[in-house]
Each structure stands twice: as structure tokens, then as C-alpha cells.
Design a protein around this ligand. Sequence first.
Ligand SMILES: CC(C)(COP(=O)(O)OP(=O)(O)OC[C@H]1O[C@@H](n2cnc3c(N)ncnc32)[C@H](O)[C@@H]1OP(=O)(O)O)[C@@H](O)C(=O)NCCC(=O)NCCS
Length: 179
Amino acid sequence: MPNQPIETERLILREVLTTDVEGMFELDSNPEVHKHLGNKPITTKEQAVKGIEFLQQQYKERGIARWAVIHKETNEFMGWSGIKYLNESEQMNGVYNIYELGYRFIPKFWGKGYATEAAKAWVDYIFKETNVKTLYAAADSPNKGSVNVLQKIGFEITGEFVFEWEGTKSDCYWLEQHK
Ligand SMILES: CC(C)(COP(=O)(O)OP(=O)(O)OC[C@H]1O[C@@H](n2cnc3c(N)ncnc32)[C@H](O)[C@@H]1OP(=O)(O)O)[C@@H](O)C(=O)NCCC(=O)NCCS
């Protein structure tokens, strides 16, 4: 885990804090955000608190997890972006004990290149500052915006699989990038 926030041209990336609960609720209660994530938006602030607690537990136990993305000029919470260490119970495409890149933004921040900017910063951090040699990512195949972000920052589609999660099934691409 980086020992300080990551700064890009327009963004600050930092750990998700307990005080981000309003932003996390705005993000995860929006059906548009969850269109390609199994269509199960959250409905209560308590669920947002639980999500933050899970991330904070991962910071401690796995040394890394998704980070908040903050708008540098306005200080707004925009969503999250970052690396998850997938354990056995979270395997995707049959793979686990790997580092996976993911992101999720509040729709008013879509279409301005922010997702790409944050994701690029993570790829740079991982390959320059750590010994991790391969990053993985998965995206719903119809989620053109996400697939586009991944390909723009150097990921290649290496497979397709069906992701099953809490009773939902979706066709996904599997992507990889090597140091
Ligand atoms: C996926 C997500 C982060 C993309 O955010 P974004 O703001 O559109 O991303 P960016 O602006 O950095 O870039 C997206 C790129 O894809 C393109 N794009 C976006 N939506 C598209 C669509 N529906 N069809 C084709 N291209 C699309 C954009 O034009 C842009 O490419 P360009 O810079 O070459 O023009 C955002 O839609 C989101 O948070 N969605 C909800 C959560 C989610 O699906 N997360 C990913 C899970 S795998």
C-alpha cells in the first residue's frame, strides 16, 4: 500500500475513510452505477458503513484495497479506484491470490477521463513501486466504458468467463497486464 496519498493532475487517491459514508452511499445506491455490477444497489447508509469497514479491514489484513478518489480542486468524493488482493473465496475466472484493478465513480464524474487517470496512476504505482509483476481486471463485456479504460491503460483481453455472484450471472472479459 502506498504510504501516502497518490496525486495525479486532477485527483487525489487516498484510503477510504469512515467520513466518506455519504459519498459511498451516493455511489452505491445509484442503479445506473450498478447496471453492470449485478443490479443490486444498496438501500441504506448502514450498508455503506459496512462497505467502508470491509475496505478498512482489507487495508489491515491484505495491505491494499480500493482507495477513494477525491477531486483535487473541489475536494469532492468521486468514487473509488484501486487494487484488490483476491483471496480464495473471491476468485474470478478460477484465479485467486492475485492483484485486481477496479473502479467505480458517481455518474456526474463520468465521461471526463477521471477513471482512466486514476487507473493509470495505480498501474504506474504497482509496476514502479512494488514487486507485483501482473495485474488482472474483469469487466462485464457490455460495459464498454470500463473495457475502454482498461485497454487505454495497457490491459489486454486474455479470456472470457461467466461471473456468478449472489444469484446473478454475467458475461465478462478477463484482462491482464504484465510489467
Ligand atoms: C466504468 C466507468 C468508471 C467509466 O468511467 P468514465 O468516466 O466513462 O471513464 P473515462 O472518461 O476515463 O473513459 C472511458 C472511455 O470509454 C469511453 N466510453 C464510455 N462509455 C462508453 C460507452 N457506453 N460505449 C463506448 N465507449 C464508452 C469513453 O469515451 C472513454 O474513452 P475515450 O477517452 O477514448 O473517449 C464508469 O462508467 C463507472 O463508474 N461505472 C459504474 C461502475 C462500473 O461499471 N465499474 C467498472 C466495473 S468493471
